[in-house]
Write a protein that binds this ligand. Structure first.
Ligand SMILES: Cc1ncc(COP(=O)(O)O)c(C=O)c1O
Length: 311
């Protein structure tokens, strides 16, 4: 991903106001900065044949408010306000397609671990973001390694909340993989079963059927995961969405792919130097990827209710 300074973006929405990009600053004693006490979303707006449209905005907003619940983080902006702010940001910066990052966190007041009296701060930024795992990743797939780091167990921290502090685990796993020459990691859960990628859910294909770890496997309830499950079933595939997948099953899978807002549908061609299937994008992955991109880029009218269009 190129740096923000190379991008043609100039505005961020912060606590109800549109502010200049360079002015969107926080105090260094912000609670969320010290303790990871924030929650966020990652959403994509696609350049569809009917103009820019946000993919599954309602579901992302649901998860945004739900993520705040375990932390007692009261977001004092309504769904409508966040929606209008986001649509305005896209429009006023002339973005056709972009990534959208809503964020809420405990702000500046005191630095006890208890966030008592720290205000909730909320911000939204949008910027152009192409393929997440490399230029040719969508077509040719990526090489990944199973991380030596395990995912937090959902008994230790709510893994279904998209909490800022959780992502140091993702960072450790991803950086370990990259230091070892891989593009991304697969992270096992505390029980040693496959959980997900650092920022993606995972699907396995075996004998034409799909398997993905269930929500009890300490994964994020990914919105792309849900979309893939729906699309796959509509295409006649059997989908096992409560699967427990052992590490060994990764190596013998016919196909593997990541699913996530940033990674979209990215084939996995190698795990730990073991070639998966024939070592390139498999037919089921390709079929679902085509269906997914036809949908998000507006080449079909299916699931129109999954899109929030700019008026
Ligand atoms: C840990 C983790 N798992 C899965 C996902 C995929 O979720 P979604 O499809 O909602 O982007 C993400 C990305 O948000 C993530 O960070």
């Amino acid at each position: 991903m190129s740096g923000f300074d190379d991008m043609d973006v100039d505005t961020i929405w912060m606590d109800g106001e549109f502010v200049d990009w360079d002015e969107a600053q926080v105090h260094v004693l912000t609670h969320g900065l010290h303790y990871g006490s924030g929650i966020f979303e990652g959403v994509r707006c696609y350049d569809t044949e009917d103009g820019p449209a946000i993919f599954r905005w309602d579901e992302h907003l649901d998860r945004f408010y739900n993520s705040a619940k375990p932390y007692d983080l009261e977001i004092d902006h309504s769904r409508e306000e966040l929606t209008n702010a986001t649509l305005s940001l896209i429009e006023r910066q002339n973005l056709q397609s972009c990534y959208i990052r809503p964020l809420a966190y405990y702000g500046y007041n005191s630095l006890g671990v208890s966030p008592e009296d720290c205000p909730t701060r909320t911000a939204i930024a949008c910027w152009p973001w192409g393929t997440y795992l490399g230029e040719d990743a969508l077509e040719n797939g990526v090489e990944v390694m199973v991380s030596s780091w395990r995912k937090h167990a959902s008994s230790q921290i709510p893994t279904n909340a998209k909490t800022t502090g959780l992502y140091v685990n993702s960072m450790l796993a991803g950086e370990e993989a990259r230091r070892n020459g891989f593009v991304e990691a697969i992270v096992l859960n505390k029980e040693g079963n496959v959980a997900e990628g650092p920022g993606e859910n995972i699907f396995l294909v075996r004998d034409g059927e799909l398997y993905t770890p269930g929500l009890a496997e300490s994964i994020l309830d990914g919105i792309t995961r849900r979309s893939v499950i729906t699309i796959a079933r509509e295409h006649g595939y059997e989908v096992h969405d409560e699967a427990t997948i052992s590490r060994g099953e990764l190596y013998t899978a016919d196909e593997l792919f990541f699913a996530g807002t940033a990674a979209e549908l990215t084939p996995i061609r190698v795990v730990d130097d073991v070639t998966i299937g024939n070592g390139s994008r498999g037919p089921v992955t390709e079929d679902l990827q085509t269906a997914f991109f036809d949908l998000v880029e507006g080449r079909t009218d299916d699931h129109d209710d999954w899109f929030t269009h700019l008026s």
